[in-house]
Design a protein around this ligand. Structure first.
Ligand code: SF4
Length: 214
C-alpha cells in the first residue's frame, strides 16, 4: 500500500515518530498532550522547522488512540505533497508584524496533505524580516504594509533557489485563491519529482504567470 504523508516515520533507532498538527497551543492543550505522552511512554519531543511538535517513540498501532487522548491530529510530514504550513506570529503577537499570519496560515492549512508531483513547502511571514524564510519556499507569503507579497519557486536544501515575486499587495482572500490556483496548475502539469521552481523554469516564467494571473 502507498505510504501516506501522515504515516509514522521510522527513526534510526527503530522507533517511530509522528508530527502533530499544533503550532500554537494553550497551556491546557499542552498539558493534555503531555499527559497523553506520559501514558503512551513517548521518549522524546522535538520541533520541526515549521514549528510543529514531533513525538518520538509512538507505537505505530496506537497513533489514533494517542491522537484522541491528546486532542491532536497527525500533520503531513513526508512524501510528495503540501507539507505543514510554516508561519510566524505576525501582527497578532510580534511588534514588527504588519499582517495577520495566523489567520492567513489557517486559510492555507486546508491544503496540507494535498498530493502533488513533489514536496511543496509554504511559509508565511508577518513582515519583510522573513523569520519563516518565504523567499526560499515553494510558495511564500511575506507581509508588507499593504498586504502580502507572493513568492513562488523558492527552495532551500540541496538546490537552493530564491523564489520570484508573482503578485503584491494581496488581501488574504486574494492570496488564498492564488495559492489554490498555483497548487492546481502544478498538480496538473508538472512531472513526477519536479519541484515547483524547476517546473516554472521548464515552462518559462511568462507562461506560468499568464496561466496563474490570466
Ligand atoms: S517575520 Fe516579522 S512579524 Fe514575523 S516574527 Fe519575524 S519580525 Fe515578527
Amino acid at each position: 500500500m502507498a505510504r501516506k504523508m501522515t504515516d509514522p516515520i521510522k527513526q534510526r533507532d527503530g522507533s517511530y515518530a509522528i508530527v502533530l498538527d499544533k503550532a500554537i497551543v494553550t497551556p491546557e492543550e499542552l498539558k493534555r498532550m503531555a499527559e497523553a505522552m506520559e501514558e503512551f511512554n513517548i521518549s522524546l519531543v522535538k520541533f520541526t522547522e515549521s514549528q510543529r511538535i514531533v513525538i518520538v517513540g509512538i507505537d505505530p498501532e496506537r497513533v489514533n488512540e494517542f491522537c484522541e487522548k491528546a486532542g491532536v491530529k497527525v500533520a503531513p510530514a513526508t512524501g510528495k505533497g503540501v507539507r505543514s504550513v510554516k508561519f510566524c506570529p505576525g501582527k497578532v503577537l510580534c511588534t514588527m508584524g504588519l499582517q495577520d499570519t495566523i489567520a492567513m496560515a489557517e486559510r492555507l492549512i486546508k491544503f496540507e496533505g494535498m498530493e502533488l508531483p513533489d514536496k511543496l513547502k509554504i511559509a508565511v511571514s508577518g513582515c519583510p524580516n522573513s523569520c519563516t524564510e518565504p523567499a526560499v519556499r515553494d510558495i511564500g507569503l511575506m507581509g508588507k504594509k499593504d498586504g502580502f507579497t507572493l513568492y513562488v519557486g523558492g527552495s532551500a536544501g540541496r538546490e537552493p533557489r530564491i523564489g520570484r515575486v508573482l503578485a503584491e499587495n494581496l488581501s488574504m482572500d486574494e492570496a488564498e485563491k492564488l495559492v489554490e490556483k498555483i497548487l492546481k496548475f502544478y498538480k496538473e502539469n508538472a512531472k513526477k519529482g519536479q519541484r515547483l521552481g524547476k517546473f516554472i523554469e521548464e515552462i518559462g516564467w511568462d507562461e506560468f504567470e499568464v496561466s496563474i494571473l490570466g
